[in-house]
Design a protein around this ligand. Structure first.
Ligand SMILES: Nc1ncnc2c1ncn2[C@@H]1O[C@H](COP(=O)(O)OP(=O)(O)OP(=O)(O)O)[C@@H](O)[C@H]1O
Ligand SMILES: [Mg+2]
Length: 259
């Protein structure tokens, strides 16, 4: 069984999708097999991976089917897209924004994604990387219920640590009630620069998280935005500074997965 990692922070624009895609690309470069799950109705991960809207189904369709207890393997196969960089993924769609409604009367509704990812088809992957949306709702609890671990990207910015308390509350609630094995694999500092603000956030994260903070820092560079625009991972670009940083993050992650 592969390792399921949720990339989450309910704060918007902190680098979740960039981190999810580049960790996935980094793992593929290390020779591991990876499937990304785009759990954000904005579908940024799907777009970054070059989605052309050609798969028959998306993650919203799978969740509706699983909620109604008629999810078939064929359905899952028809939803998996193969990116040109070798990352498989299940795309998202705006329909996922209706999850609150379509899950509202479902029994064990925070376990729907978990039921999907426990299917045999997913056992061939070494890693399943879930890109979460910026919210603390039912989709986040589904991601945490299905995950072995959580990675939290934190942007080096004013008020960066506000909101982490609420995220930890959700994490603890899921851990106590549905997923006792859930862990925090790490916090990653993103968009770091030379400002005093950035250094202050870094110091506070070091103090608060210690070894849970990834040693590698992701710096702020325009490469990131170009990479999403070009639908090419940073990791795949030869001279990319952020690509090298994300490869180091990936190596740290593999190291952490061993222990
Ligand atoms: N290291 C970086 N340096 C500069 N810009 C970055 C960096 N990482 C991400 N960005 C840019 O910041 C924006 C937000 O990044 P991203 O989409 O990864 O965040 P997110 O947390 O997934 O956002 P959302 O909450 O909307 O899902 C994007 O335009 C992205 O290109
Ligand atoms: Mg995102």
């Amino acid at each position: 069984m592969g390792k399921v990692i949720a990339i989450a922070n309910q704060k918007g624009g902190v680098g979740k999708t960039t981190t999810a895609v580049n960790i996935a690309a980094g793992l593929v470069k290390e020779g591991l097999s990876v499937i990304g799950i785009d759990l954000d109705p904005q579908a940024n991960m799907s777009d970054y991976l070059g989605y052309d809207n050609k798969s028959l189904y998306n993650i919203s369709d799978l969740m509706v089917a699983a909620a109604n207890n008629n999810l078939s393997d064929e359905y899952i196969v028809e939803s998996i897209v193969h990116s040109k960089e070798g990352i498989d993924y299940i795309p998202s769609s705006i329909k996922l924004s209706g999850a609150d409604l379509f899950l509202s009367n479902v029994m064990c509704r925070e376990q729907v994604l978990n039921r999907i990812l426990k299917k045999e088809i997913f056992s061939k992957y070494d890693y399943i990387i879930i890109d979460c949306l910026p919210s603390l709702g039912i989709l986040l609890t589904n991601a945490l219920a299905a995950a072995d671990s959580l990675i939290i990207p934190v942007q080096a910015q004013k008020f960066a640590l506000d909101g982490l308390v609420q995220l930890e509350q959700v994490y603890n609630m899921v851990k106590v009630n549905v997923n006792p094995e859930l862990k925090i694999d790490g916090v990653i500092l993103t968009m770091a620069d030379n400002t005093n603000m950035s250094k202050a956030v870094e110091a506070e994260l070091e103090r608060k998280y210690g070894d849970t903070l990834f040693v590698t820092r992701i710096h702020k560079r325009v490469e990131a935005t170009n990479s999403t625009f070009e639908q090419k991972s940073l990791v795949s670009m030869e001279n990319s500074v952020l690509g090298a940083e994300y490869r180091n993050v990936t190596k740290e992650l593999i190291e952490r997965s061993r222990v």
